[in-house]
Write a protein that binds this ligand. Structure first.
Ligand code: KG4
Ligand code: ZN
Length: 347
């Protein structure tokens, strides 16, 4: 079974071909970072236009890379949400057109489900497992119980983790996107003696909040003009690490109530590229008898392979979607989770 996957929900245009033997036949990702950099963040209209301009050529490259004709595909998977609606529409309508033209099923994939299942593509993981999804648009802890069975244990009540990295980088004059530059600066800095809050730490449950931490960094800089960007970056990253360990620790305990033999914590999303956070979570997992599973960075950040793989899983389970499926800006993975009206940019 071979599936083409298309991803256009944020600022990466991506297409990939994956089969049910977990082989990634091709995986092409085009980042729009350069287009958005002058604005210090993703501009939805620029993103949608760039997706329109690039998507055809990218799919061509993915098919050529896989050395396949469209007629050899068994299905076409495209992200149908959540995300920036203009971009989601570009990818979904393209997927529908290809599916209709070749007479093969369409798989309308939830972007979060793509992240959630990618560890099954890369590490052949069995259900259940815990997922910490941390990106520019999301910050959630999810219990992945089976295909289509996702329980949200915690989410952010305001900003996503990546947003906090991006905003702090801006305050420190380090550039965009913030994660990699904050990490690099933090590696040269010393967090000692710089007091920052650990929002939500010590509280029940495993929700996140980053807006107070961001404001605290702002105030710290205003009141202490002599502080170096390196030391502040290190203090900020340490605070985020403390929060993540506290929240993930609670999530592990919550998940173990249902699954005492829970074996793995998976991390995904752009922030999962952060080596300090990986190290902290690895130690937490060792303490709790779990394994930390971190897919390679190029499969942690947005990509088409995870969408194609989610398509493979659905197709193998005998389901597909009608061609009139609508694109959705919001689409929680867990329909029972209570909405967080101010949370993040996407879900
Ligand atoms: O998953 P992603 O590529 O796109 C979506 O947001 O969906 O994540 C991008 C986010 C950005 O906010 C970026 O600053 C953050 O991931 N990021 C990092 C690192 N690399 C990327 N955050 C912390 N440390 C990093 N090394
Ligand atoms: Zn994503």
């Amino acid at each position: 079974m071979i599936v083409l996957g298309i991803e256009t929900s944020c600022d990466e245009t991506a297409a990939a071909v994956v089969d049910d033997a977990r082989r990634i036949r091709s995986n092409i990702v085009l980042s729009q970072v350069a287009e958005h950099r002058p604005y210090g963040g993703v501009v939805p209209e620029i993103a949608a236009r760039a997706h329109v301009e690039q998507i055809d050529g990218l799919i061509r490259q993915a098919m050529d890379g896989a050395q396949l004709q469209f007629s050899e595909l068994d299905g076409v998977a495209a992200t149908a949400g959540p995300g920036l609606i203009g971009g989601v529409m570009v990818g979904l309508v393209t997927g529908k057109a290809i599916a209709a033209a070749i007479g093969k099923p369409l798989l309308a994939i939830n972007h979060l489900e793509g992240h959630a299942l990618s560890a099954r593509l890369t590490d052949d993981l069995d259900f259940p497992y815990l997922l910490l999804l941390v990106s520019g648009g999301h910050c959630q802890l999810l219990l992945i119980e089976g295909l289509g069975r996702y329980r949200r244990l915690g989410t952010t009540i305001d900003d996503a983790a990546g947003e906090a990295f991006d905003k702090v980088a801006k305050m420190l004059g380090l550039g965009y996107p913030g994660g990699p530059v904050v990490q690099a600066a933090a590696a040269r800095g010393d967090p000692a003696g710089i007091a920052l809050p650990r929002p939500m730490a010590g509280r029940e449950g495993c929700d996140f909040s980053f807006s107070g931490l961001k404001t605290a960094v702002r105030r710290l800089l205003d009141n202490n003009p002599g502080l170096t960007a390196e030391n502040v970056a290190a203090a900020f990253q340490t605070a985020v690490g403390d929060v993540m360990v506290d929240r993930a620790g609670n999530a592990i305990a919550m998940a173990q109530e249902t699954y005492p033999d829970l074996a793995s914590l998976v991390i995904a999303g752009g922030v999962a590229a952060n080596s300090h956070l990986r190290q902290r979570l690895d130690t937490l997992c060792q303490d709790r008898g779990l394994t930390l599973v971190a897919p390679p960075v190029e499969l942690c950040t947005d990509n088409g392979a995870m969408i194609a793989w989610a398509g493979v899983e659905h197709l193998a389970a005998g389901r597909s979607d009608p061609l009139d499926t609508l694109a959705r800006a919001r689409w929680p993975l867990d329909p029972d989770a209570k909405p967080m009206p101010f949370a993040g940019k996407k879900a």
